[in-house]
Ligand binder design. Structure first.
Ligand SMILES: *Cc1c(COP(=O)(O)O)cnc(C)c1O
Length: 394
């Protein structure tokens, strides 16, 4: 069955054929509550009517022209992103890792254009994940993702997550930028404290560095703010990569920058054939309009509080197996105790028709659609309770 595919994934033996709201329907009729939503992608749930209508209408009108020609949907969406964020400029991509590439290139090019091509080094953190292109695996620094792919790329300095002294010591005359996920996703669903984001902003200002946020997973309303860094108040970045939830399931991403950081990216410095194509922009605009509808993000915060409250009850009830609850808003991690395995918990949850994911550091990950209500929360918590009860030490 999987023969013609590269063996890069090992999916369970289920074929989903239909999605509706927070549920996925498998061939044969079984229904699953989707609390991972394509890894924090389907924020509006599956087949949201507004996104479906936008995609259908665009599919019957115009699919693709490339960036040789103006795509009005790009201007419309970029104006919305800039209206509601720190940003003045936007470059559209097809994925998170491409948004990261644009962010890294923009940071280096800023110093180059300012007469400091020697400032090219980028500081990153242990446990980071920025995608799978060469630039992104080198930025992420995960040895498992780098092994076998040739020499390490020059110019990335990784410091331990949370080690402030190491961070300060890592800043040199050659440093161009600091890159961080406001909530580490793949690395174990670890939220960076607000005070640390503000500290990073100050450190960058002090040394003339650019602050880059990777909000590919934490953005698009996932934490109850449009972008997770908004929780920290005055800790705005110079550059931000977004993807996953901004397309609601249609592949798209974007690199957002201030005028100062992005204005030097001129004709020929960067490009993409598909980035920001009319289909992606139709869906991206529809998704964004839903996320910014009055009350939407308040709902995310309220339902996230309800879910987290009930999950803390589960953590207490299964304290022999679960060490702690992590994350922010609807990006949630359950760190398991030694001897219990996150992937086994996800498999047990599946037996109870709940879909969840795994992250690094033996964390089980929940990233439900943002549109869930209390019925979904009750159903998920009951399934997880049963799955935790049945989880055996390994
Ligand atoms: C998923 C992810 C990426 C990579 O996005 P792709 O669309 O898979 O290329 C980058 N950064 C973070 C934080 C992510 O969660």
């Amino acid at each position: 069955m999987a023969r013609p595919l590269m063996d890069t994934y090992s999916p369970p033996d289920i074929d989903f054929e239909r999605g509706e709201g927070a549920y996925l329907h498998a061939r044969g009729g079984a229904r699953y509550l989707d609390f991972i939503s394509g890894i924090a992608v389907n924020g509006l749930g599956h087949c949201h009517p507004a996104a479906v209508a936008a995609l259908k209408a665009q599919a019957e009108t115009l699919w693709h022209t490339s960036n040789m020609f103006r795509v009005p949907g790009q201007i419309e969406l970029a104006e919305k992103y800039c209206r509601d964020s720190f940003a003045d400029r936007v470059f559209f991509t097809n994925s998170g890792t491409e948004a990261m590439e644009c962010a890294l290139k923009t940071a280096r090019h800023y110093h180059f254009a300012n007469g400091r091509p020697d400032r090219y080094r980028i500081i990153t953190f242990t446990g980071a994940f920025h995608g799978r292109t060469f630039g992104a695996i080198n930025a992420g620094g995960n040895p498992a993702y780098l092994e076998g792919f040739g020499p390490r790329m020059e110019g990335f300095d990784q410091v331990a997550f949370g080690d402030h002294d190491a961070l300060k010591a890592a800043v040199t005359e050659e440093t161009a930028a600091i890159l961080i996920e406001p909530v580490q996703g793949e690395g174990g669903v670890r939220a960076v404290p607000d005070v640390c984001l503000r500290g990073l902003r100050e450190l960058c200002d002090e040394h003339g560095l650019l602050l880059i946020y990777d909000e590919v997973q934490s953005g698009a309303g996932r934490t109850g703010k449009l972008w997770a860094h908004e929780w920290a108040g005055s800790a705005q970045p110079d550059i931000m990569a977004v993807a996953k939830g901004v397309g609601g399931g249609f592949p798209m991403g974007a690199c957002l920058t201030t005028d100062a950081a992005g204005a030097h990216m001129k004709i020929g410095t960067h490009g993409s054939t598909f980035g920001g194509n009319p289909l992606a922009m139709a869906v991206g605009n529809a998704v964004y309009d839903e996320l910014t509808r009055p009350g939407f993000l308040d709902h995310v915060t309220a339902i996230a509080n309800t879910l987290r409250q009930q999950l803390s009850g589960l953590v207490d009830a299964h304290s022999g197996k679960v060490a702690e609850l992590r994350g922010r808003g609807l990006l949630i991690g359950l760190k398991l105790k030694d001897g219990y395995v996150n992937k086994s918990l996800a498999a047990k949850a599946r037996e109870h028709h709940l879909l969840m994911g795994a992250a690094g550091d033996n964390v089980a990950r929940l990233a439900p659609p943002l549109i869930i209500d209390e019925t979904h929360v009750r159903e998920a918590v009951a399934a997880l309770d049963a799955a935790l009860g049945a989880l055996e030490p390994q």
